[in-house]
Design a protein around this ligand. Structure first.
Ligand code: HEM
Length: 522
């Protein structure tokens, strides 16, 4: 109350010791005896104010006014919005056992079942223990070749567009690139979506769009029993899911046969050279799991590893289109480290600036921009008590753009990360930066995704210059599970004038003759 404040000011001028004064006044402030229970700042909003634009933007403005934790209420619903690094750390890491995936699990159940992302409790623990070892170092290193091959296919496609003088929509091309990569990496399936469309590619997109629609829709119409059967959209979703599930069942059956015929000696870094996929690892490990659970896991990995990486590449190329000085440095690095070779593990260690560009792109455009949790018990968030059953959004967007933690927070500045410093992550940035989450639910594909996006970026900028296409609509954001553009990323692609590479006869790596022969203009 006001009188307590006035008394505090008055007494402090008279000089009683500070701690004594605080103790005395806090008892008065709470009417004596009881402990003071602080109220989380509360904001009432109409749902339209939140859903009419990318919802994390109004959450950012409210953060600047109300601080690192506030309660957002619309109608009977309320969410806690967390933008404070220490509270985020408490929820994700220090007291992670007291939080579940909440709404996220409910929304994603139709596609991921009890896969790793939505699962909680014992199922999550068992599946995490089975899946993490599959993404071992040797596997990720083997994937570098795959990243190079898939990026090369994209180079060839862009080469044609450059010759024809046709603009390209890069967001959908990145989505195809990462779909091709993840299909091969997870279950040894050739989507080949960069080269042609087919039913299964379309089915994956139908399911993805549905998951995104469900995560942003204000009313869950899909839960209404009759609606499910009559809505043409829902029928399409069911058919798509059926097709994907039966394809996955076939792949599981094929892989099982392969494993049975193999002279198997399973060990820690086990990998089948012909089929290094995660599915092969899981079956070879003798993982005792139902086919339904295995399918849920594969589907989860497919979705988790596909759109996120595609979104990172999209926003990286958008940021680069506005930063020619960064592009020049990237190109210098790609020229000197890679030349025209497919990247190797050793090259990746040297592509330091490219890695910093991806780190910085992930800061400005975190995928997903918010992490969702629900409290399973009463807890304290900072100085505030909260009850069991609270729905919580940790805004990674706010953490990554907080003026408190970043100099020129809005500026794309890869130089903010020292080239020879440690790779930035949630631990060394004390939860001000958490592109892959943190704690026990941290992304299992962080190294995979970093290598994948670094390889694609280096190979593309090595060969082409990218500009926003003249007359293209402004690049604006919209949210699903990741941040999309509203109308695509239309770009004009031109071949670079690349300094001639002196061929190194020692090297046994593949070269890019097909692309290069037409791309050298001097
Ligand atoms: C979880 C980001 C790529 C598999 C997460 C989380 C984040 C994230 C922030 C934590 C979610 C939470 O705490 O609620 C990203 C980004 C990627 C990427 C930005 C690309 C740049 C991948 C890839 C894979 C993958 C390539 C698989 C190969 C997973 C899985 C989880 C997860 C399975 C759930 C882990 C668990 O709950 O135990 N990812 N991810 N991610 N990610 Fe990724």
């Amino acid at each position: 109350p006001g009188w307590v404040l006035a008394l505090r000011n008055g007494l402090s001028k008279l000089g009683p010791p500070g701690e004594f004064l605080e103790g005395l006044l806090s008892r008065w402030a709470t009417g004596g005896g009881e402990t003071r229970r602080l109220e989380i700042p509360q904001v009432k909003q109409s749902i339209n104010a939140i859903t009419s634009q990318s919802f994390f933007i109004p959450l950012y403005h409210l953060f600047l006014t109300y601080g690192g934790i506030y309660r957002l209420t619309f109608g009977p619903k309320s969410f806690l919005i967390v933008s404070d690094p220490q509270i985020a750390k408490h929820i994700l890491k220090d007291n992670a056992k007291a939080y579940s995936k909440g709404i996220l699990a409910e929304i994603l159940e139709f596609v991921m079942g009890t896969g790793l992302i939505p699962a909680d409790g014992e199922i999550w623990r068992v599946r995490r223990r089975a899946i993490v070892p599959a993404l071992h170092q040797k596997y990720v290193v083997a994937m570098i070749k795959l990243f190079g091959e898939a990026s090369y296919k994209l180079c060839k496609k862009l080469d044609v567009a450059a010759s024809d003088g046709e603009d390209v929509e890069m967001e959908s091309l990145f989505s195809r690139l990462t779909l091709d990569v993840i299909g091969k990496a997870i279950f040894n399936y050739e989507f080949d979506s960069l080269t042609h469309d087919n039913g299964i590619v379309e089915a994956v997109y139908i399911v993805l769009r549905e998951a995104e629609m469900r995560s942003t829709a204000p009313i869950p119409t899909w839960e209404i029993p009759i609606w499910k059967d009559i809505s043409p959209r829902q029928k399409k979703v069911s058919q798509a899911l059926k097709l994907i599930n039966s394809t996955l069942d076939d792949l599981i059956a094929i892989c099982k046969k392969m494993v049975e015929q193999e002279e198997l000696q399973f060990h820690e870094e086990y990998m089948n050279e012909q089929d290094p996929s995660i599915l092969h690892f899981l079956l070879a490990s003798g993982d005792d799991v139902s086919s339904k659970q295995l399918r849920d896991d594969l589907m989860t990995l497919l979705i988790a590893g596909h759109e996120t990486s595609a979104a990172v590449l999209t926003w990286t190329f958008y940021l680069l289109s506005k930063s020619p000085e960064v592009v020049a440095k990237l190109q210098d690095e790609a020229d000197s480290v890679l030349g025209d070779r497919f990247p190797t593990n050793e090259d990746l260690k040297k592509l330091k600036y490219t890695t910093r560009v991806i780190n910085e792109s992930l800061r400005l455009y975190p995928q997903p921009p918010v992490l969702i949790r629900r409290s399973l018990e009463d807890d304290m968030l900072g100085e505030y008590p909260i009850k069991r059953g609270e729905d919580i959004f940790i805004s990674v967007w706010n953490l990554h753009r907080s003026p408190k933690h970043w100099v020129d927070a809005e500026k794309f500045n890869p130089e903010r990360w020292l080239l020879d410093g440690p790779n930035p992550n949630e631990s060394n940035q004390n939860f001000s930066y958490l592109p892959f989450g943190g704690g026990p639910r941290k992304c299992v594909g962080d190294m995979f995704a970093t290598f994948e996006t670094v390889v694609a970026t280096a190979m593309l900028v090595r060969r082409f210059d990218f500009q926003i296409a003249p007359g293209a609509p402004p690049v604006a954001m919209t949210t699903g599970a990741t941040i999309h553009t509203t109308e695509g990323l239309q770009m004009t692609v031109t071949r670079r004038t690349i300094p001639p590479i002196i061929p190194n006869l020692e090297t046994k790596e593949l070269t890019f003759d097909a692309c290069r022969s037409s791309s050298i203009t001097r």
